[in-house]
Ligand binder design. Sequence first.
Ligand SMILES: [Mn+2]
Length: 357
Amino acid sequence: MEMTWRWYGENNDSITLDHIRQIPGVTGAVWSLHDKVAGEEWEMESIQEVVDQITSKGLSPAVVESVNVHDDIKLGLPSRDKYIAIYIDTIKKLSQVGVKVICYNFMPIFDWTRTELYKALPDGSNALFYEKNAIQHDPKKMAQRILDGAGDFTMPGWEPERMAKLDDLFKAYEGMTEDMLFDNLQYFLERIIPVCEACDVKMAIHPDDPPWPIFGLPRIIRNRDYIKRFLELVDSPYNGLTLCTGSLGPNLDNDIPAIIREFHDRIHFAHIRNVKVYDNGDFIEVSHRGKDGNVDVYDVLKAYHDNDFKGYIRPDHGRHLWGEEKNCRPGYGLYDRALGVMYMLGVWDSLDKRKEE
Ligand SMILES: [Mn+2]
């Protein structure tokens, strides 16, 4: 396993590479070109610049999160071929600078969705929160809440220019079914995976967050059966998963350790975070410690360890601690994620020791 850390880039993250390299056990910075919208070309010069920044600090640039997929591909429009060609071009360029895994998602219109970015927890920290009843009818209101809460930071998947076109996007997705979305995903995968095989870059789809349909939009990467169907669309190790415990976790029917044990050879990137799910279906992000929420992080790590997991792991969202919400990206503060790294490495090291005994 390789422990990594998501980094939003210079002047785009309150956390620097110098911070990251001091967190014990972290060997890689998970990066992206965050000024690129879906469907835009990635120039080699811009790629190289970020890779050089990361490698100059002794960190690995092997994981990119994300290269976003244009809505025309998800919608299956004739223009998708143009955007797939651009996507392929990006895969090839990334392979030339040592990238091994590309994280992406196939969620229509909205990326991860929350109703509050700084919900107070009893201990005085705060975290991303999802109120189930608030996500019913008014996507614009929700989008505005996210944009307001993010302050000066851009939010991947929530770019203001995309959100300004919400009416058009909803119209375009009208009548879209799960089967149609699967078909469009298959069309995309059948064209990119042979390229990935040729240049040794593994694709790793991120589950839908939360793992259920919202605003009448289908969401298809959300439980064991849908993951199985996804993996069979193109049965290649290069067609794989970013297994995110925080995305699958809000549905308590998802047995995440069992999913890891079944599909571990197709998991290339593990996002680990804990969520506390309330009786009414609301949920909030909590510390990585298993006892603090509904994701048993020990069992998750044991499932990876038992299967000799060689992929990349990163702590996913954390709480905002000690006042850091004033200047960090929502969910991406320094302290709780660093504590999460240490918890996970503590578990991992003890599993290593027990194996030796
Ligand atoms: Mn995640």
